[in-house]
Write a protein that binds this ligand. Structure first.
Ligand code: TMP
Length: 213
């Protein structure tokens, strides 16, 4: 993987509970970086456009039932099917803003009761983000925000468990916790500053690394 010295794009991941504001912030960040002239793309997981993604979508909308381990591995497979394209884009200098990644995979599945380490295992070898922006919001507050859309995991009690499991993933140095209860514009300002620093570091040739580093 990218030896030190090669300029590349940054892998910036957004994580947080459902309704924490990730999607809005990702959109705003995309426009901001584009306006500055950066090569940048917005991705999201699950990527519902692939055939694996269609299985995930059908599960999330309660149209199909699957064993918890099976669905966990499908979420992971959905990231693996994008891995080589991700590496190609980053090495070509494109920054990727990614709405959810492996941390969602582990936090949501382990909140159902699956073993934490078992949940982490299939993510080993995926590209490690340069930065994880965690939009921190109490589960109660998230639930109040325009209500949940009715997908499988959008329930207060379950989101409380997810929040606890996210906390177990948070200790790595690449995490930035942003208070998601602030006004949209304040979150946006903070996010822009943090992300720009990382975009610059990657442009100077920070080496790519793998999960779980
Ligand atoms: P979305 O609303 O961001 O499209 O995500 C759909 C749901 O899927 C959300 O409740 C989080 C959950 N999820 C997992 O359980 N595992 C994963 O690996 C990912 C990416 C999302």
């Amino acid at each position: 993987l990218g030896a030190k010295g090669e300029s590349r794009g940054a892998l910036v991941v957004f994580e947080g509970l459902d309704r924490s504001g990730k999607t809005s912030q990702c959109g705003r960040l995309l426009s901001f970086l584009e306006e500055l002239g950066h090569s940048v793309e917005l991705w999201r997981f699950p990527d519902r456009t692939t055939s694996v993604g269609q299985m995930l979508s059908s599960y999330l909308t309660n149209k199909s039932q699957l064993d918890d381990h099976t669905i966990h591995l499908l979420f992971s497979a959905n990231r693996w099917e994008k891995r080589s394209m991700m590496e190609t884009k980053l090495k070509a200098g494109t920054t990727l803003i990614v709405d959810r990644y492996s941390y969602s995979g582990v936090a949501f599945s382990s909140a159902k009761g699956l073993d934490f380490e078992w949940c982490k295992a299939p993510e080993i070898g995926l590209l490690a983000p340069d930065l994880v922006v965690y939009l921190d919001i109490p589960p109660e507050k998230a639930a109040e925000r325009g209500g949940y859309g009715g997908e499988r995991y959008e329930q207060l009690e379950f989101q409380r468990k997810v929040a606890q499991h996210y906390k177990l993933l948070k200790d790595s140095s690449s995490w930035e916790i942003v208070d998601g209860c602030q006004a949209l514009e304040d979150v946006e300002k903070q996010v822009k500053e943090i992300v720009l620093q990382h975009v610059m570091t990657c442009r100077k040739g920070k080496a790519l690394s793998y999960l779980w580093s």
